[in-house]
Design a protein around this ligand. Sequence first.
Ligand SMILES: Nc1ncnc2c1ncn2[C@@H]1O[C@H](COP(=O)(O)OP(=O)(O)OP(=O)(O)O)[C@@H](O)[C@H]1O
Ligand SMILES: [Mg+2]
Length: 250
Amino acid sequence: MIITIANQKGGVGKTTTAINLSAALAHTGVRTLLIDLDPQSNTTMSFLDPRNVDRSMYEVLVENLPLTDIIVATSVANLDLAPSRISLAKTESALVGEFDAPFRLKDRLAGIAERYEFIIIDTPPTLGLITVNAMVAATHLLIPIQSSYFALEGTDDLLETVEKIKARANPDLQLLGVLITLYDKRTLLAKDIHEQIVKVFEDKVFATIISRSVRLEESPAYRASIFEHAPASTGAAEYYALCEEVIARV
Ligand SMILES: Nc1ncnc2c1ncn2[C@@H]1O[C@H](COP(=O)(O)OP(=O)(O)OP(=O)(O)O)[C@@H](O)[C@H]1O
Ligand SMILES: [Mg+2]
């Protein structure tokens, strides 16, 4: 299972979901690889000191370095990480004119995908070549949508990109589900937005909703997933419930 987490809107909870879903999977004993494809490297920084990262997904995608050369074990048992660095921002310009540019990640994963039961890919807030690589390589797509007034703005473009990728490069790509994030159950607006999202995505919307929580917001600063930082918190319970739903759906 290769799950790409994507939404070209910034700050909707892609990285928070990538970190905590993969940590939850690893905690249940599932061999999991987390791939950071965002030049902002927020996922990487949640586990490592960025100064210690000298080789990253940039070298894998552009210089054809084997993935195994950059994968590191994390502090979480069963969870490995393929880190990012700011240099990843040069990927698109470096791959201009390369005929296999959208297939680089898929090709690099070929040798190692069977070592992991789940591979989770965090993507940047764009629909550019990096996100396209993640969608071409994936078996499933998970779309986090922030519970906010403009929640559904941009999803047309996202779904259009998915359809284009399914038409040629990856016909088997499936929408695993839509995850509502940063939810504030006290507001009427949040309930309204929830209804709107369900109207569009119907049963693809996960029953699990991720509430807005300080614990989730602060855990990356402690270089920990929510399960290490605040195991008894609502955020931990919610991401654990998401993990169970994900396993049930695939
Ligand atoms: N459920 C939550 N409760 C509180 N804060 C959250 C929650 N989810 C995410 N955040 C915070 O919101 C900000 C954006 O979240 P995150 O980095 O996961 O989004 P993103 O979609 O990966 O952003 P980008 O598009 O920039 O990569 C971060 O500061 C994060 O800690
Ligand atoms: Mg992010």
